[in-house]
Design a protein. Structure first.
Length: 253
């Protein structure tokens, strides 16, 4: 029995896209729960490293552009060589392209699918191969979306990618649960980050969105803390293949 089932001391968490937004919020929460952190992304995560340092855990940062899934090849090996192990993978990096479906281009389609789904799968595969080879258990948490459940408007590749994340979360849980790997997802509702800057700036859409959120406000990156620590910790050892909404009640309407 764990005295504190949410304690992540001695674990190492890999978080993609953690220089800003939800990834930053989740990396800080995992550090506050005791995990050492490997930050993976294309921009230097200066601010996140500063916050993590304040918690007293160790951190390492890896530069990788996840628009090309070849970039995942060395990530797990580097994380293990720098911080000694890899126990938790948070697939957070993601992008969105907005355009009418009738005008949507192959470039807009591929750009989103490559980061949000293709690199997510191949990084998860590299991480699971490491755990299976070492006979170790682990946790994968994918960042999904309301558009894992709904269709959205003017974001066809984003909806396809995030619906894919929900399906893949279940498919990988089915295959990897037997190896002691939990694969789950979090579906954030509407959070105030760069990803939603266009929506926040659009007065009409902003009012429509706020009017439908029972909690009456946009989410903050720190609102992801409880869910990410739960799904990364022994508290969720028997939870498999779920996509947990953290949405202020959006889906209940
Ligand atoms: P954000 O502030 O735009 O952050 C996205 C992160 O992904 C950044 O760190 C970004 O790095 C990274 N990233 C993008 N393309 C990358 C690439 N090619 N290689 C490596 N890293 C890359 O957005 P966010 O709102 O925090 O989104 C985080 C995740 O939550 C995404 O998967 C998003 O779809 C999902 N989500 C967000 C909301 C919301 O309301 N905000 C709702 C549902 C789901 P750079 O800074 O270098 O671009």
């Amino acid at each position: 029995m764990h005295l504190n089932p949410f304690d992540l001391s001695g674990k190492v968490a890999l978080v993609t896209g953690a220089n800003t937004g939800l990834g930053q919020g989740m990396a800080i929460a995992l550090a506050q729960a005791g995990a050492d952190i490997t930050l993976i992304g294309r921009s230097e995560p200066t601010e996140t490293l500063k916050h993590i340092a304040e918690t007293g855990v160790r951190a390492h940062s890896i530069r990788a552009d996840l628009s090309n899934s070849d970039a995942v090849a060395d990530i797990v090996a580097e994380a293990v060589s720098e911080l000694g192990r890899a126990d938790i993978l948070v697939n957070n990096a993601g992008i969105i392209k907005r355009n009418e479906a009738i005008d949507f281009t192959p470039e807009e389609w591929d750009a989103v699918m490559n980061v949000n789904l293709r690199s997510l799968f191949f990084l998860s595969q590299a991480f699971a191969r490491h755990l299976v080879t070492e006979s170790k258990s682990g946790k994968i948490i994918n960042i999904a979306s309301m558009l894992t459940f709904q269709g959205g408007i003017r974001v066809p590749s984003y909806t396809a990618s995030k619906s894919g994340v929900g399906g893949l979360t279940k498919a990988l849980a089915n295959e990897w649960a037997a190896h002691g790997i939990n694969v789950n997802a979090i579906a954030p509702g509407y959070f105030a980050t760069n990803n939603t800057a266009a929506l926040q700036a659009d007065k009409k859409r902003n009012a429509e969105i706020l009017g439908r959120i029972p909690s009456g406000r946009w989410g903050k990156p720190s609102d992801m803390a409880g869910a990410i620590v739960f799904l990364a910790s022994p508290a969720s050892d028997y939870v498999q293949g779920v996509t947990l909404p953290v949405d202020g009640g959006w889906l209940s309407r």
